[in-house]
Design a protein around this ligand. Structure first.
Ligand SMILES: [Zn+2]
Length: 330
């Protein structure tokens, strides 16, 4: 048996004041040490290089985690747990990545068990959009709310749902796929799920760029389309209006379904276009939702920016630690 120095206990008296957060994206890995108030003590990133396969990828991820702890200046003994965010499908309860499309070949990876083995701390896994929702709810734009919807609009569209102050996960952690709410059942094919007319098929950065390409705006991304529309370009205006329509339509259904106090919109498309997107969407959702759900709903931009993945994963670890749900395997 190999002796490893300084492996901490599983925070038996609740004295650990920090968690290590890991975020696995299709192109980038991120890690950071976060305290119980959401303060980020270190933040490091590396390329995922997903094509090198899961063994090498996990090695890089855990090395990055060690680097985050080193750079934070926080002692390992003061870190109570590891939170990990990754794209689904996954099994949050068992801590297993099932077959995420952005990580080809990473099939049935027992991620939390591997993290515990490598880093000596109990670990929790969550869908990255759900984790981001937890981060915005605990430490960001949604702090203090009880009923909150989070939507991240970037390459794809992900969602997270907070009901009565608690994260809604579904049976195994794959619920809250708000990007696949249908806005036109005979509409554009959805790359994310294979059906037609999902919100994601119209408002994702990928879809906006694709529709721009089809309309002859070669190489334009969402922010280009938005600024050309603002300048009065008729082709860009048509694409932008369709984007606003689809988002307003999908969000109206979501608001009718959940009656949230707050809708938080994050992701690159939102940060790149701001009120040009939020303004008309806010007006239309309020006008279109069934009263009285419509009257109270606020729609705002996310607050955590590029660190949302790490802060979200940390929020998951903090929540699971607090609930006494984190156990070492075996
Ligand atoms: Zn879909």
């Amino acid at each position: 048996m190999v002796e490893i120095a300084a492996i901490p206990a599983v925070d038996p008296d609740g004295s650990a004041q920090h968690v290590l957060a890991l975020d696995i994206g299709g192109t980038k890995l991120a890690a950071g040490v976060v305290d119980m108030s959401g303060g980020v003590h270190s933040f490091v990133v590396a390329s995922t290089l997903a094509e090198e396969g899961p063994d090498r990828g996990l090695e890089r991820l855990f090395d990055l985690g060690r680097k985050a702890v080193d750079e934070s200046g926080i002692a390992w003994e003061a870190i109570g747990a590891i939170g990990i965010g990754a794209g689904g499908p996954l099994d949050a309860t068992r801590g297993v990545l099932i077959a995420p499309p952005h990580l080809p070949g990473w099939i049935d990876i027992p991620l939390t068990r591997e993290a515990e083995k490598a880093l000596g701390l109990p670990a929790a896994l969550e869908n990255d959009a759900t984790a981001a929702a937890a981060g915005e709810h605990r430490f960001g734009a949604g702090a203090g709310t009880r009923h909150m919807i989070y939507l991240t609009i970037s390459t794809g569209v992900g969602g997270g749902i907070v009901i009565d102050g608690r994260l809604y996960r579904g049976a195994s952690g794959n619920g809250g796929e708000l990007g696949h709410v249908t806005v036109d059942c005979n509409g554009r094919p959805c790359r994310g799920c294979g059906r037609r007319g999902c919100l994601e098929a119209y408002v994702s950065g990928t879809s906006i760029a694709e529709r721009a390409q089809e309309a002859g705006m070669d190489g334009a991304v969402a922010a280009d389309v938005a600024s050309a529309a603002k300048a009065g370009d008729p082709v860009a205006t048509a694409i932008w209006d369709e984007t606003v329509d689809a988002l307003a339509c999908g969000l109206t259904s979501i608001v009718n379904l959940f009656e949230p106090e707050l809708v938080v919109l994050g992701g690159g498309v939102v940060s790149g276009t701001g009120e040009q997107l939020l303004g008309p969407v806010r007006t239309r959702v309020r006008a279109g939702s069934m009263p009285p759900a419509a009257a109270g709903v606020e729609i705002v931009a996310a607050a955590l920016g590029k660190r949302v993945g790490v802060v979200g994963a940390a929020a998951i670890a903090i929540e699971r630690l607090g609930a006494g749900e984190l156990r070492r395997h075996g």
